[in-house]
Design a binder for this molecule. Structure first.
Ligand code: MSP
Length: 663
């Protein structure tokens, strides 16, 4: 029997639904996804969760402004968040909405446990409250601004349930002492310890003034304070009251921005201790991405959007930049200039160039097969040694969440290989047997180094490293490769190489920045003729008023024409690349009544294994045809996004039955 894997549970914060994701939210989610991939490659059974935080007075107000019910407002926003994560290939294993029934049950259960254990009482509270941050401002007087966002606070008096936070000063301090790694990084730990040492006041955890919240059972009109509600999402994501069945709780790491560390390291463990539930193992607070030295925010109008960057440079480029450019835990300035500079230097001229040079040389000299190396010269051994020691160093650094430094190590090896190729000049060697053998040794060495780099960097660059892996003729999915079994010397001579796919085309900086900015501008200010939701304005696309179609773009069709197209929900059963067709994937799809083979032109954007089990929309009554010699019986529906028409698969935010017809 296979050994049971150790579990690892990673969370991102659940994001507010009053705006759409910008690069700051994307950052946390990218780190979570990177860790998920990394930990899986280290043999863990990993779950990563994210979600949306949908209650509170902000939503009440936004929905009112939009003239729709709160439930509809948050449903639209949750869909938009999920769709963007899908587009960025950042789909969590669980996506929690705080309006989900399973979440509501969890919040009520946690409250009941805290109450039964004597940590909840009823009282009155008057204080200054910031409705934007959903927090009372301690010691503020009427009229004082919120210290976090600077907006005016409101005076609120209400009957509340209180949580006896004051009883947890000592247990928390003991806990921090016993588990020194609980709060990371160190500077945040010190901050929190001195905050708790300064004394803790009881915390009001219900509201009577807010209707749009989870009801306190039997105590209407009390609803739960948004933070009591939101923090519970981490348990509801992994089966709530039945958490033991799932076996994932407690979380191994909560990834959060430094703005919300207190909620996670003071309130949250105190709630859990009161309920006698296991406390998370670690809270890791990262810094902010700043724009012109200020935190990005919708209200300041200085947000950077992920989609235009990805459309221009690809998903891997965004991931690489976020993880490489700032030290995890510290603040960093965001600039398009730095982004494109890094893209060109590290990705296009670095990894991309090394791989394409090696591929061209192998193709030309060894007919697309991995050559058998001869006895190495000292310089070959030096490179091998450097790569070997990089393996351990990268794992150590990634384990310590030093993502930037881990990547630095990988890129040191890439630079060394680049130098090695330039110094050894395999292209200048002739056809005499000893020269052939030398060429074989040099190119085997470089290819082996690229194989190792692709395994090491896969969690950060999932798409491009998978291309290297496929080109190197390696079996199976790279995501299933084991980091702990990675050794120098595993590249087998004679392996047939696949077709090389370019990784990171070099871009002209000014032009690339202009294009990213133009796309961002369009997303933030959609042309009025074709309204689409902009970040922070979920209603933009529903603002009424028929949009005038651009002249000559579409002729109207009757419903009878539309009815001719039969679309059904399908579920992908298998997916594989087609040799010699780098854009196509061959899929088998269950459409309810039968299993169909369908070719889809999405290979450059979707990893085959990521599609297994995914629900897709299939046009089922399209005449069959052959694509590159492979029969395709139907069509998968996708949006065409950005200037290069990147396909984004159509899908569903809710569970749908396989075979259901779309109308
Ligand atoms: N809903 C709460 C969290 C509840 S968790 C139980 C919330 N939501 S949020 O939408 O404001 O997202 C906050 C998180 O987004 C931050 O903690 C951080 O992870 C990320 N970021 C938002 N802006 C950011 C930057 N400018 N830079 C980096 N990350 C930031 O708070």
């Amino acid at each position: 029997m296979a050994e049971k894997k150790e579990k690892f549970y990673i969370t991102t914060p659940i994001y507010y639904t009053n705006g759409l994701p910008h690069i700051g939210h994307t950052y946390t989610t990218v780190v979570a996804d990177m860790l998920r991939r990394y930990k899986r490659m280290r043999g863990y059974d990993v779950v990563m969760t994210t979600g949306t935080d949908e209650h509170g007075v902000n939503v009440e107000r936004a929905a009112k402004n939009a003239g729709i019910a709160e439930s509809e407002f948050v449903a639209r926003m949750a869909d938009a968040w999920r769709a963007l994560w899908d587009e960025l290939d950042l789909n969590a294993d669980e996506f929690v909405r705080t309006t989900d029934l399973k979440h509501v049950r969890t919040v009520q259960w946690l409250f009941r446990l805290c109450k039964e254990n004597g940590y909840v009482y009823k009282g009155h509270y008057t204080g200054q409250y910031c409705i934007y941050d959903n927090a009372y401002v301690n010691d503020a007087k009427p009229g004082d601004p919120c210290p976090d966002c600077g907006r005016p606070t409101e005076t609120v008096t209400e009957e509340n349930y209180f949580f006896k936070l004051s009883a947890f000063q000592k247990p928390l301090l003991d806990f921090y002492k016993k588990y020194p790694d609980f709060i990371q990084p160190e500077t945040r730990r010190n901050e929190i310890i001195s905050f708790v040492e300064g004394g803790l006041k009881d915390l009001s955890i219900t509201r009577t003034s807010i209707r749009w919240g989870i009801p306190v059972p039997g105590e209407e009109p009390h609803t739960f304070y948004v933070w009591f509600d939101a923090l519970c999402a981490y348990i509801s994501a992994v089966d709530g009251p039945e958490y033991e069945r799932r076996g994932m709780w407690p979380a191994d790491v909560h990834l959060v921005g430094k703005d919300i560390i207190r909620f996670h390291t003071v309130y949250w463990p105190a709630f859990l201790m009161a309920a006698m539930l296991p406390v998370p193992r670690q809270v890791w607070a990262h810094g902010w991405f700043l724009m012109d030295a200020a935190k990005m925010s919708k209200s300041k109008g200085n947000v950077v959007l992920p989609r235009p960057i990805v459309n221009m440079l690809g998903i891997d480029a965004l991931r690489y930049f976020l993880l490489r450019d700032v030290v995890f835990g510290q603040d960093g300035n965001f600039s398009y200039d730095a982004l494109v500079t890094r893209y060109n230097s590290d990705l296009a001229n670095g990894l991309g160039n090394l791989a394409s040079r090696t591929a061209a040389l192998l193709e030309k000299n060894f007919a697309g097969k991995v050559p058998k190396p001869g006895t190495g010269l000292p310089q070959d051994d030096v490179l091998a040694r450097e790569t070997r020691s990089a393996i351990g160093e990268v794992l150590e650094r990634f384990d310590r969440f030093e993502f930037s430094r881990g990547l630095e190590t990988i890129w040191t090896v890439i630079a060394a290989a680049d130098k090695y190729l330039t110094a050894e000049q395999p292209w200048a060697l002739g056809n005499a047997p000893d020269e052939e053998l030398r060429k074989a040794t040099i190119l085997w060495t470089t290819a082996e180094l690229l194989r190792i780099v692709s395994v090491l960097a896969h969690s950060v660059l999932p798409q491009s490293t998978s291309k290297i892996w496929a080109w190197l003729g390696q079996a199976g999915s790279l995501s299933a490769a084991e980091l702990d079994g990675l050794r120098w010397g595993q590249l087998v001579p004679g392996t047939t190489l696949g077709k090389f796919q370019a990784l990171f085309p070099r871009v002209e900086k000014t032009e690339a920045i202009e294009r990213i900015e133009a796309m961002a501008n369009e997303e933030l200010n959609p042309p009025s003729a074709a309204p689409a939701p902009a970040p922070g304005s979920p209603t933009a696309s529903h603002g009424g008023g028929a949009a005038a179609p651009a002249p000559g773009v579409v002729d109207k069709i009757g419903i009878e024409d539309f009815a001719k197209v039969e679309m059904r929900v399908g579920q992908v059963k298998t997916a594989e690349r087609i040799v010699g067709a780098d854009k196509l994937l061959k899929l088998t799809v269950d459409i309810g009544s039968e299993i169909r083979q369908i070719c889809a032109g999405i290979a450059q954007y979707y990893e085959p294994e990521s599609l297994i089990g995914r629900k897709v929309v299939v046009v089922v009554n399209l005449a069959p045809r052959k694509l590159r010699g492979v029969e395709s019986n139907g069509m998968i529906v996708a949006a065409s996004v950005g200037p290069e028409g990147r396909p984004v698969l159509a899908g569903f935010a809710e569970e749908v039955e396989v075979g259901a017809r779309l109308k």
